[in-house]
Design a protein. Structure first.
Length: 316
């Protein structure tokens, strides 16, 4: 008898990979229309590599992701990680916010088994959809067919267009290309033998996350935007120019804001070293792009209100 096939669970959340539109067209579709079961049926080759189970976590456009859905997904992945009958998990997700959800899961689940996110840039009804190949590739990685030894564990990953990315560093870097996913440090490849991530948050008892909004700076941006955002937020992320810079009027308003504020860069690449003259006492995002800085700040605020402790979390 041959070796037992690995049992891979596919958790579907919607997105373009489950999108439906006019047959043969790449645009004008509605995301999150095809069920998890039908996604699996559309790629019969999956059974060549693993025993497949499919579950529907939600079926939404990824722009409609919420903290409640994040918590639901994270907890289900944690349950599957603890299930001896499961060997790996694949999550199908829309590309627009895949980097945020994958980052959240990487911060909230201890991964002994492979957790691989994937999706597509074309809907299922396109003439040449990319979803089936991405799903097949993600399952092959989760089952250990795409690596020399064991499947990648200890971290959360994104498999897209034939490449594997660390969820802590992946971003959507192109609005339309089929290879839309990239990393915040180009030229550095995936290393599934890297040490286990240290930063971890226990969300098992949380019902929601603190509210954090990202405020984008541009030339002549009205500083009143900061005032309003602070009124509806528990914390803020400023997507500043360059290495996190913004105007003197913004700095003046920022002095009056008494909630934690993280300074990131709208360039989405490189390291933000906090300008203490412009933003004294605030928190530098380091290498995190604004959207991921917001994810980490939400989790940090759920743990502690102390700015000094939040700074420490951002430095790990």
């Amino acid at each position: 008898m041959g070796a037992r096939k690995k049992h891979i669970v596919i958790l579907a959340t919607g997105g373009t990979i489950a999108g439906v539109g006019e047959p043969g067209k790449d645009t004008g579709y509605v995301s999150g229309q095809i069920s998890a079961a039908d996604l699996v049926k559309s790629v019969p080759e999956l059974s060549d590599y693993a025993e497949i189970s499919a579950e529907q976590i939600c079926n939404v456009n990824s722009d409609d992701m919420t903290d409640a859905l994040w918590l639901k997904l994270s907890r289900r992945i944690a349950e599957l990680e603890a299930d001896d009958a499961v060997d790996g998990i694949v999550v199908t997700h829309g590309t627009d916010t895949m980097d945020e959800t994958a980052f959240f899961v990487s911060l909230t689940v201890r991964c002994e088994k492979a957790v691989i996110f994937t999706g597509s840039m074309k809907p299922a009804t396109a003439k040449n959809p990319d979803g089936p190949a991405n799903l097949l590739g993600a399952v092959r990685v989760a089952a250990g067919f795409a690596v020399d030894d064991d499947p990648p564990a200890n971290k959360v990953w994104v498999y897209f267009a034939g490449e594997l990315f660390d969820a802590r560093r992946v971003q959507k870097c192109n609005a339309s290309a089929l290879d839309a996913m990239g990393v915040d440090a180009p030229g550095v490849g995936a290393d599934w033998n890297a040490p286990r991530e240290k930063l971890f948050f226990d969300v098992s008892k949380l019902q929601s996350l603190p509210r954090v909004n990202v405020v984008y700076f541009a030339v002549d941006a009205n500083p009143k935007i900061l005032e309003y955002a602070a009124c509806v937020s528990d914390g803020l992320v400023i997507a500043g120019a360059g290495s996190g810079e913004f105007s003197l009027p913004w700095a003046t308003v920022l002095e009056k804001i008494d909630i934690p504020v993280v300074i990131a860069s709208r360039t989405h690449h490189g390291n933000v070293t906090l300008n203490e003259t412009l933003a004294p006492g605030r928190i530098g995002a380091g290498t995190l792009p604004p959207q991921k800085a917001a994810v980490l700040l939400r989790l940090a605020l759920a743990t502690t209100p102390k700015v000094s402790e939040i700074k420490r979390l951002f430095s790990e």
